[in-house]
Design a protein around this ligand. Structure first.
Ligand SMILES: C[S@@+](CC[C@H](N)C(=O)[O-])C[C@H]1O[C@@H](n2cnc3c(N)ncnc32)[C@H](O)[C@@H]1O
Length: 314
């Protein structure tokens, strides 16, 4: 729970709250607490578990994790070139939303001063297990991206791939990311693309309505259906992630206006199918269609350097 900075992770999840309360500047509503609790439960089945099963992996041994990571980076070949862990050597790096821990391990291996944050205890345990297994420094802690306990300006990089759009309040998360970044610091984030090929082909009417909203012809954004959420994230029982929002480039630029510079690129792609048959496979589409109508929008946002930071780096 958001109030539980000093509590153990499991209490964090299960403490209920009947009335809205204020935490710092954030009003924590009952609705938000329910989203947090649902997220912690849902994501306790680690993101990537289905992929691990498809590889026949049944444990978290060194060899199983190596095979998982090899498959993961094979699936997302653009991820490391975007995140660039090599530039993080000796830097304070926060990763939010850890999943199976593949990227977190890479960042720690690169020589960053690594800190991980996740609302799901099992994701935190997985990351700490990896750090111990690989004998790497750093740690992961349980908590919410919405109300981070880290002091202002404590990180040089914040990395969050596919997490903030699940929290129920992405603007609040972006504001928190901005707060904890130092002047000159860089956020590398990924959010789902509202105008992807999947959306245009699966939900053409809703996507057209989204486009009109994006152009401010319509307002009142809809909450996306369970079916649309399930198309992105589902657990072994076939349930959709509790909360998902899709975003446009325009949404993201508006929400990240506090940053000095923001660059956005589309990545990731579904295969082209006709009557259930694959016509063009995903790998062939990643470098072309994926860059225009891709499933995911990757953002690199830089916070303006303070005079002190500029002086330091000179
Ligand atoms: C789709 S997974 C992405 C995991 C990983 N970054 C990847 O790319 O595989 C989303 C992750 O965000 C975490 N998460 C969801 N809501 C959160 C919140 N409010 N604060 C922190 N982490 C959260 C989930 O527990 C889960 O580990």
């Amino acid at each position: 729970m958001i109030t539980g900075a000093g509590l153990g992770c499991r209490k964090f999840i299960w403490l209920g709250c009947l009335f809205p309360m204020t935490q710092g500047e954030m009003v924590v509503t009952t609705e938000q607490l329910e989203i947090d609790q649902s997220n912690a439960r849902f994501w306790n089945e680690l993101c990537g578990s289905g992929f691990a099963r498809s590889l026949g992996l049944t444990d978290h041994s060194f060899e199983s994790l190596r095979r998982f990571d090899e498959g993961f980076f094979g699936l997302y070949p653009y991820l490391l070139p975007i995140v660039q862990p090599d530039r993080m050597v000796g830097k304070d790096v926060l990763e939010i939303g850890l999943g199976y821990g593949t990227l977190g391990q890479k960042i720690a291996e690169a020589g960053a001063r690594y800190k991980g944050l996740d609302i799901a205890p099992n994701a935190v345990e997985m990351l700490n297990h990896r750090l111990r297994l690989m004998n790497l420094p750093g740690s992961a802690v349980c908590g919410s991206a919405l109300e981070m306990t880290f002091p202002d300006e404590s990180f040089d990089f914040v990395v969050s791939i596919g997490c903030l759009h699940h929290t129920g309040n992405i603007q609040r998360c972006f504001d928190e990311v901005f707060r904890v970044l130092r002047g000159g610091g860089v956020a590398v984030l990924m959010a789902y693309n509202k105008f992807s090929w999947r959306q245009w082909t699966g939900w053409p009417l809703q996507t057209t309505a989204e486009l009109l909203r994006d152009w401010r012809v319509l307002n009142r954004p809809d909450r996306i259906s369970t079916e649309r959420r399930k198309a992105y994230d589902a657990n072994a029982a076939g349930e959709a992630a509790p909360e998902t929002v899709l975003l446009s480039r325009r949404d993201l630029r508006r929400m990240l206006a506090k940053f000095e510079s923001v660059s956005i690129q589309a990545q990731n792609m579904d295969p082209f199918r006709l009557c259930g048959r694959v016509l063009v496979n995903r790998a062939k589409l990643l470098g072309n269609f994926g860059r225009v109508l891709g499933l995911d929008l990757y953002l690199t946002a830089q916070k303006k350097a303070t005079n002190y930071t500029t002086h330091e780096s000179n």
